[in-house]
Design a protein around this ligand. Sequence first.
Ligand code: 5AD
Ligand code: SF4
Length: 471
Amino acid sequence: MHLPSYKEAKKREKKPYQTKDYQLEESLNKYHNKTYCLKTYGCQMNEHDSENIKAMLEEMGFKEEEDYEKADLILLNTCSIRENAHNKAFGMLGRVKHLKEQRKDLIVGLCGCMAQEEGVVAEIREKYKWLNFVFGTHNLYDLPTVLEKAITEERQAIEVYSTDLDIIENTPVVRDKTYKAYVNIIYGCNKFCTYCIVPYTRGSERSRKKEDILKEIDNLIEKGYQEVTLLGQNVNAYGKDLYENYGLGELLEDIANKKIPRIRFVTSHPWDFTDRMIEVIGKYENIMPSVHLPVQSGSSSILKKMGRRYSKESYLELFDKLKKVRPNIAISTDIIVGFPGESEEDFQDTLDLVEYCKYDNAFTFIYSPRENTPAAKLKDDVLLEEKEKRLYRLNEIVNKYFKDNNEKLVGKIENVLVEGTSPKKKEMYFGYTETNKLVNFTGKDIKVGTIIPVKITDAKTWSLDGEYNDK
Ligand code: 5AD
Ligand code: SF4
């Protein structure tokens, strides 16, 4: 048994990481008459981990069952970012407990960020003794052996490491889509923003070798993929731990030269967004004009308390540079309201910044204290009622700009990557523009996974309407 420890998780040691290949022990390929149901919570990183988890289970013989009430194995891939993510996972465990009471042979597991939390694992050991197994983000590839242990030894198997281990390549993957794919480029985060639990649950910044990333992308291109999204908690730190002169700018350039039609990357920390990256974004049309640039707050004093390493002014300078280098660029953001000590004046600074940036998309959150983070020690002094009011006021403004920006596209022709047809109406399709806006459009005999021109006919707050422009 290995249990998570925050003290260990906090350490950042400079060490070279080994790269190893995943391999399933032949004897574990034996669950051919069993089914699994995987529930995924949280960010794209978790979604992509789930694509690996599915493939590992399927190599063991398991088949997917979407209805968790019918599955032989239920696995929750969890998120820790805010309290409501916790509540969702624990709510699901509550429902699963009833099933487990009826079916003793049901196997239930938990993985993902919550598995890395000391408090969560302590609660599981005390109150969820029926849960069969837990494994963490650093040993995802141990799933087959931990699961096997839980089944054969008939006791709770908990294998969570607090610090990062080797980088595992060639983990099998069942991708959700056949035309767009996630590609991990860097794991972990060293930023330690004071409100954020991620540096403790996902470990140190560790970049994958550029050769491994480029090989994965070559394979995707060969299979006909149209879009790749490079993933990391902070993709801008890519390469710092491995190379002297090779970072995200160089990686983006090498990928852009491969001529894949669409390249995206998430998430960027404004602090290490270099001029080199901006130059590359300006130079290559297949790097999509869409950047997620979380600001968190428009108040320089709150940004300081958040440990974000930039001020309102330096953020806006970066914002302007991006707009200048790609005038049609869509910039999206994340904003937290009600951080400890946030005054009405600080909040007003956030509103002013939003009025200036007129974001194309924004994810807005109420501050949620997270176990063991530095901010959790501060007095959470903004009343919940006030936090809710601020969130409402902020959303009114960001929504207005989503609609305004969308309206500017009416009458224009946008390239859209077709993702599917509407379940309700035949000949109604949907897809995403280069700037990552959802378009519902009419057309005939269009192939999912192709990029086609669509004339925009109407604008809503969160989507556009259009028609296939086959002229
Ligand atoms: N409370 C509220 N929002 C948070 N985020 C991260 N930690 C917290 C927290 N403790 C938000 C940030 C981040 C996004 C992924 O989640 O805005 O960019
Ligand atoms: Fe969390 Fe900050 Fe790292 Fe983003 S950059 S994952 S907000 S610590």
